[in-house]
Design a protein around this ligand. Structure first.
Ligand code: FAD
Length: 290
């Protein structure tokens, strides 16, 4: 089922992101974890694409398995920055043949290697991939990424949002945000997008921080502002894994409730392949989700 169709429902829903294994040896354990998450019946599940395209086969294998064994619609991520056009066309064909209806069209990160040498790479921006997906003739529902605290390479909101508008005009039907820890940043961003004429659904992406060591990496990757309340919680509980997990889930629960209370109908959770975290969140929200 297409995500744009799912989003038309009035029900409050939650969707989950998982990532594929990097090697054959971890395939079974990742498959098991993603099945456990799928059995919780999220609205849909997204499966990431490894940086540099290293896990392209596993992305499809995991997405197909979730769909077939658990009946949960999937969203396959695809990045283009390190690929030539023939490879991307082949990937698009494989996604179509796997029966996957939803694709998150991404550029991928500019790694130090790619900054030094981009020979053999035909793409600069995600909008080009969106156009290729549209022109493939497959009836995909295409999504894209967006950044409430602007993309790390962007100078300001004006430029970042202008480029986002180009991506949407190219055919993106919904957007999923980078993680953020302060909902007000998201609400302000939504206003800016609507003011710029971007009217597609914006799905907030929320990362439960349940481990003190996750913080610095998450903040560095996402460029996210860390509210003082959250920093205090990490300072207090960061060295106590059980307490940090409980506090992190409580913080995410509150963030999600705030989003639902302010009219957001679907929230996407970066589960990091952890069924226990997905389960705890769903339990905390059971009456709200109904
Ligand atoms: P783009 O939309 O191309 O934007 C990248 C930068 O270029 C922005 O600064 C933008 O403003 C600028 N730009 C765009 N068009 C132009 C133009 N015409 N001229 C000048 N500048 C322009 N990475 C993975 O490797 N695998 C994943 O599975 C994955 N999943 C993700 C899921 C979500 C929800 C998010 C938010 C990110 C994900 N990423 C993933 C990370 C993503 O690949 C990086 O953030 C990447 O650096 C940017 O990708 P993009 O698709 O947003 O790029």
């Amino acid at each position: 089922m297409k995500i744009t169709e799912l989003l038309k429902s009035d029900k409050l829903t939650m969707s989950f992101e998982v990532f594929p294994p990097k090697t054959d040896t971890s395939f079974e354990s990742v498959k098991k974890a993603t099945e456990e998450i799928a059995q919780m019946r999220p609205a849909y599940m997204s499966v990431t694409y490894g940086a540099g395209g290293g896990t392209s086969k596993y992305t499809l294998d995991i997405a197909q398995n979730i769909m077939k064994t658990c009946g949960v619609p999937t969203l396959a991520h695809l990045t283009c920055i390190s690929s030539d056009r023939d490879t991307i066309h082949q990937r698009i064909k494989e996604i179509k043949e796997a029966g996957i209806k939803n694709v998150l069209a991404l550029r991928g990160d500019l790694t130090p290697e790619l900054m030094l040498d981009r020979s053999g790479c035909d793409y600069q921006y995600a909008a080009e991939l969106v156009r290729d997906l549209k022109e493939s003739g497959a009836d995909f529902c295409i999504g894209g990424a967006c950044y409430p605290e602007i993309h790390i390479e962007s100078k300001n909101y004006r430029e970042d949002i202008a480029h986002l508008k180009e991506k949407v005009d190219a055919g993106c039907e919904f957007l999923t945000t980078q993680m953020f820890f302060d909902n007000n940043i998201f609400y302000n961003y939504m206003w800016k997008l609507r003011e710029a004429g971007i009217n597609v659904p914006i799905i907030p992406g929320i990362m439960p921080i349940t481990n003190g060591n996750q913080i610095d990496r998450a903040i560095k990757l996402s460029n996210s502002f860390m509210p003082r309340r959250f920093r205090m919680l990490v300072d207090k509980f960061g060295d106590n894994p059980d307490a940090m997990k409980q506090a992190g889930i409580a913080y995410t629960t509150e963030q999600v409730i705030g989003l639902y209370a302010n009219g957001i109908k679907n929230v996407h959770i970066y589960t990091m392949n952890k069924p226990d975290i997905a389960k705890a969140l769903l339990e905390n929200l059971s009456d709200i989700l109904g």
